[in-house]
Design a protein around this ligand. Structure first.
Ligand SMILES: [Zn+2]
Length: 195
């Protein structure tokens, strides 16, 4: 994982999660841990409007620790989970969409995701784990024939469940995010069946 700031590089050297970082005016990168995946963390990007309303791009894996990290981050900028107005998911992998269900229950957030990923999710693809998880498990010396069982135990608890999508997105869509406007760029290939 390539750090994109000095703060992140320092945290990576020490093997810890970087702190929440304001990467642009009112735009915060919140690192959320990724147990079992072999990667250190993924980011939720939190855009805070002048009104206090929040607009999120992605969430992390669905764990209680990540929920605490995310809601702590909201508090640190003077907002709370109930202020989340929109949640845009870049794709359906659980390290990006995991906490979407909890956020939706804690707020009136409208959830947006590309229509191809929405279709894949309804076909059951939300249980597809990041490929890196297989690499990690491969190093555990799992006895012959028990791999499926171990993968289920390790991955399923954090794989999350499908989230209801309010707004299926396509390339070129505009998303109003408080004082900013986001533009959807379709970059297929990372998730399965999403050409
Ligand atoms: Zn992914």
């Amino acid at each position: 994982m390539i750090p994109t700031s000095e703060v992140q590089a320092r945290a990576q050297e020490r093997g810890i999660l970087p702190p929440v970082e304001e990467v642009r005016d009112g735009v915060y990168a919140v690192p959320l841990a990724m147990p079992f995946t072999g990667l250190p963390y993924s980011f939720s990007y939190v855009i805070r409007a002048a009104s206090g309303e929040l607009h999120l791009i992605d969430t992390g894996l669905d764990t209680d620790e990540n929920w605490a990290r995310l809601t702590d981050a909201f508090r640190s900028i003077g907002s709370s989970a109930s202020d989340v107005a929109t949640l845009t998911l870049t794709h359906l992998h659980p390290d990006h969409a995991g906490l979407a269900g909890r956020l939706r229950r804690a707020s009136d957030a409208r959830v947006g995701m590309h229509i191809a990923d929405q279709r894949a999710m309804h076909a059951g693809a939300h249980f597809v784990e990041p490929v890196s998880a297989n690499t990690v498990i491969a190093g555990w010396d799992v006895p012959e024939g028990r791999m499926e069982e171990v993968r289920d135990a390790a991955i399923r608890p954090v794989a999350g469940s499908p989230v209801e999508v309010d707004r299926p997105l396509v390339d070129g869509d505009r998303i109003s995010a408080g004082d900013r406007e986001l533009r959807v760029l379709h970059t297929p290939g990372h998730t399965r069946d999403t050409s």
